[in-house]
Design a protein around this ligand. Sequence first.
Ligand code: CO
Length: 423
Amino acid sequence: MDKISKQLLDFIEKSPTCFHAVENMKQELAENGFTELTENRKWEIEKGGSYYVTRNGSSLIAFSIPEGEMEGIRIMTGHSDSPCFKIKENPEIESEGHYVKLNVEKYGGMICAPWFDRPLSVAGRVIVRDPETKTLRPVLVNIDRDLLMIPSLAIHMNREANDGYKYNVQKDMLPLYGGSASKGSFLKLVAEAAGIPEDAVLGHDLFLYNRQKGCVWGASEEFLSSGRLDDLQCVFASLKGFLAGEKKRYMAVHCVLDNEEVGSGTKQGAASTFLYDTLIRVHESLGFSREDYLIHLADSFMVSADNAHAVHPNYGDKSDPVNRPCLNGGIVMKFNANQRYCTDGISAAIFRDICEKAGVPVQTFVNRSDMAGGSTLGNISNTRVALNTVDIGLPQLAMHSPYETAGVRDTEYLIKAAEVLFA
Ligand code: CO
């Protein structure tokens, strides 16, 4: 396996939830000399300094201030969350006097079928009361073993199983956790994995994840599959390019936001004030005026990086007649006349110029004109912090499956483009 694919798959494996993704990025930033800021303390930003701040433990903004004159701001954004199942309060349900299953609800719009008949586990965060200080604090948890399964109904009991099926989450998707003896043990198990007493847990945000590790495959090992490629592949590439870039001319910003999969309208999502608050605080701390901020913003550029649909080998008819991105064909620029994607003639030209300088290929994606497409965070973020923005992504198949597929070469293309963006 090539080095970049290995690093990417390691990062994704260590990041079963948005909280873990943010924690892993924090560690890497700290190792690279970045200083942590918190929103509830005064910031003292210096020219030439590098910092990061998080909100809710699930969104992160890292930035570097140039030593000399700031020519504007360069931002790459991605999202930390992926569609999955969230465990409800009072999670255990007894069934048939012999089983305990868990009560879950949908987070985002996943493909349900591939969640069946494969080992799953649980990760997320618990909020605990510290026995000494009596304060509340979050603790990340990953049970990290094969723990759950959502068994299919046998074909004999549903002869139409292969003729299309409408999944009812409350009935069909509840994972089996144990035999009747396991009753009352689930939150104990979670507390044990978090290394805390069960009665210390006052709240939780726990999610199911697919236990199947990422792999590289294909005749020439040209493909790569894993959970959460959307959007951790872009997040990983953005971070690598951000760290490698010189960051000499612009305020460089690596921005990863939660809740893209549920519309971004949360305190830490793209519709929140997080990016705006961070940029304003940096400007104030550096002694800039509000007008300086607006002048910088007018000279700024944002790359909204969220994975894109490659043309499918079995469903070529689902793609536009001529804009048909393929795996390993390069970074995909996304266009939509109704501005669900922000790309316009100007931002497309700027991004093509960046990719030319980086020596990486660019492809284009537009939905078939008779099909509604997905949305992303670029246009939502622009309603808070308005700047020239391009929507891009890396080409992938099986988007929102718990096991998605991409090309091994595309990650490096985005790293290189990010390096040029963060010159
Ligand atoms: Co996405």
